[in-house]
Design a protein around this ligand. Structure first.
Ligand SMILES: [Mn+2]
Length: 394
């Protein structure tokens, strides 16, 4: 033996793993200790035979992962939504599938995502992030959607998202089918004054037609969102589009409005970094903030069976996660949604787990890039609501 050190020799430059080991050293444990103390107070100290005295009698925190009440990541359930501005991030479910045109079931998306999110710890190894230590997270439960009435549901969704957005809490939406993309962005636009938002849309489908089956369905959100002056079509970026489920009337709208599309082949041939740069450049051109709309079906159908319109040939999970990370770290992100998770068609919760991964990664990138926790409410958020941001539609 020649080594006198317990540490293995460093690669030069150090590997991601070696850096991760170092990053963990600097993370606090305060949040964990508070969770344990509260667990012991609220859930009673454990039976005498339990040696680990951090364990309580009634499960009151992260552990055990198979126990407890299913909010997202077991975040506190915020019953009084008037208090939402006290948190850095607010998770909200939008259990809506009246906009689906093939497989329904996304009304169970929020429940499915919350359930499998119990599997996750708040710590990520490579990012060196511990969400419990670095941000405050709450789950405000679900928007009261109106089954069989898209327009009334849209009004509820816009009102709810506007409330969260204006409070200063960072909104993260658990969909829901993609028709909700219009009312979520409309809710944000109501509090943007004369500021502008770029939309970065991960999907296999363009979602830009005016109507489908005579209504504003999940094939239609960006036609209506980009009718709003706050959300110009030239700042709509569409990543991963392609295949046999892209309606020609939507393609015509993309051409007319000059949206920014990359296919999966475009992305892989130019490379992920160049694709992210393209997305950032187009979405940020003249805008003040960016909305992320992540349709889980942008990922190859083999990984996400639990969705409404699965399409083979999509992005690999690690490609989508890398793109998402590079984009979030380099843009002023004002909120995000993950849509089209349909648990009744899912297998072993894999699609819900992918959504959980996307959301947790997004929060980590917001922390690493210094966007969360917010030091102050961003100046693109206007307190005064403008209820006339959208074009009336009959
Ligand atoms: Mn889609």
């Amino acid at each position: 033996m020649t080594s006198s050190s317990s540490e293995s020799p460093l690669f030069n430059p150090p590997t991601e793993a070696q850096q991760a080991l170092e990053k963990e050293r600097h993370l606090p444990l305060t949040g964990w200790q508070q969770e344990v103390s509260q667990g012991l107070a609220f859930g009673l100290e454990a039976a005498e035979s339990i040696k680990d005295r951090t364990i309580s009698t009634f499960s009151r925190g992260e552990l055990p992962h198979f126990a407890g009440i299913n909010t997202f990541l077991k975040a506190p359930y915020l019953e009084d939504v008037r208090q939402v501005g006290n948190y850095d991030v607010a998770i909200v479910g939008v259990p809506h599938d009246s906009g689906t045109t093939y497989r329904p079931g996304t009304r169970f998306g929020p429940q499915g995502i919350r359930r499998i999110s119990a599997l996750y710890t708040p710590y990520n190894f490579e990012f060196g992030v511990d969400l419990r230590e670095q941000i405050t997270l709450c789950d405000v439960g679900d928007i009261f959607t109106i089954p069989a009435n898209n327009e009334k549901s849209f009004d509820q969704i816009s009102k709810g998202i506007a409330h969260i957005f204006a409070s200063g809490a960072f909104p993260i939406i658990l969909g829901g089918d993609h028709s909700i993309g219009f009312p979520t962005v409309r809710g944000v636009c109501r509090h943007l004054g004369d500021k502008k938002i770029g939309i970065i849309h991960f999907d296999r489908h363009v979602d830009t037609q005016e109507t489908d089956l005579d209504e504003r369905m999940h094939t239609c959100p960006w036609f209506h969102a980009t009718n709003m002056a706050n959300a110009p079509a030239k700042n709509l970026v569409q990543l991963g589009i392609g295949g046999w489920q892209v309606p020609r009337q939507g393609v015509k709208v993309c051409r007319e409005r000059a949206t920014n599309i990359l296919t999966v082949t475009d992305i892989t041939e130019m490379g992920l970094d160049a694709a992210a740069d393209f997305a950032l450049e187009r979405a940020l051109d003249g805008t003040d903030c960016v909305w992320i709309s992540f349709d889980i079906d942008c990922i190859d159908a083999g990984f996400v069976p639990g969705t409404g319109w699965p399409e083979p040939g999509g992005l690999l999970p690690r490609e989508a996660l890398y793109l998402l990370g590079k984009i979030i770290r380099n843009a002023p992100v004002c909120g995000m949604e993950v849509v089209e998770v349909s648990p009744p068609y899912d297998i072993s919760d894999m699609t819900s787990l992918m959504a959980t991964r996307v959301i947790c990664d997004a929060m980590a990138h917001l922390v690493v890039s210094g966007q969360l926790p917010r030091q102050a409410k961003p100046d693109y958020i206007y307190a005064q609501a403008n209820m006339n941001v959208d074009v009336p539609w009959a």
